[in-house]
Design a protein around this ligand. Structure first.
Ligand SMILES: O=c1ccn([C@H]2C[C@H](O)[C@@H](COP(=O)(O)OP(=O)(O)OP(=O)(O)O)O2)c(=O)[nH]1
Ligand SMILES: [Mg+2]
Length: 179
């Protein structure tokens, strides 16, 4: 077993499909969304600005600002998938090029870097999430089973003296290693 995909346990009975390549020479394994999810348009940010203005001039409750903030941050689309690979390999998550063109969907972190030590980590079993922002003018509904991104396995290189730097054991993702 060199590298591949598995379904995380909480999705074991949800009928998910493992990532797949669609053409003979496709580099990327397409990932499907594990759930139906609505990605709101970021143009609602204007709404946030108005709220701020109202807050400062007319004392609108801070709670509504906080609610708007929660709605407007990038969404994490669950894939229900974890990936195993060799220690000197990485899985790169890249957007499908049709997503910005057809649906206004971008991956705000540019690419996702899935480390080999993310697999089966104690925090979330290594479930891969795709961060998504909708710059289009309409909200977008992602259906369960819809292809949202692609994963490319690659080898990576180490810098000289790499073994002299202290490392920690991965316990999760999205900031788990600290600031
Ligand atoms: O699009 C992504 C990017 C990352 N990850 C997971 C896998 C990766 O191994 C882990 C950490 O990613 P990264 O190192 O890029 O983020 P960080 O902000 O540095 O978090 P950490 O402190 O956990 O390393 O989060 C995803 O599921 N999707
Ligand atoms: Mg990191």
């Amino acid at each position: 077993m060199k590298r591949g995909f598995e379904i995380v346990s909480k999705y074991s009975s949800k009928n998910l499909t493992l990532p797949y390549r669609t053409t003979n020479n496709a580099a990327g394994y397409d990932f499907e969304s594990a759930e139906e999810i609505i990605i709101p348009s970021i143009w609602k940010l204007n709404f946030l600005k108005v709220l701020w203005a109202i807050k400062h001039e007319k004392n609108v409750q801070a709670a509504s600002i906080e609610k708007a903030r929660q709605v407007l941050k990038p969404f994490l689309i669950p894939t229900g998938i974890k990936a195993y690979m060799q220690p000197d390999e990485v899985l790169i998550i890249a957007n499908r090029s049709s997503n910005p063109l057809k649906r206004g969907l971008v991956i705000p972190n540019g690419i996702g870097v899935i480390d080999s030590d993310y697999y089966n980590n104690d925090g979330n079993e290594g479930e891969i999430f795709v961060q998504i922002l909708n710059f289009g003018i309409s909200d977008i509904k992602i259906q369960k089973g819809e292809r949202i991104a692609q994963g490319i396995f690659m080898p990576y290189l180490l810098a000289d003296q790499d073994d002299q730097q202290k490392k920690q054991t991965r316990s999760g993702g999205f900031g788990s290693s600290g600031k």
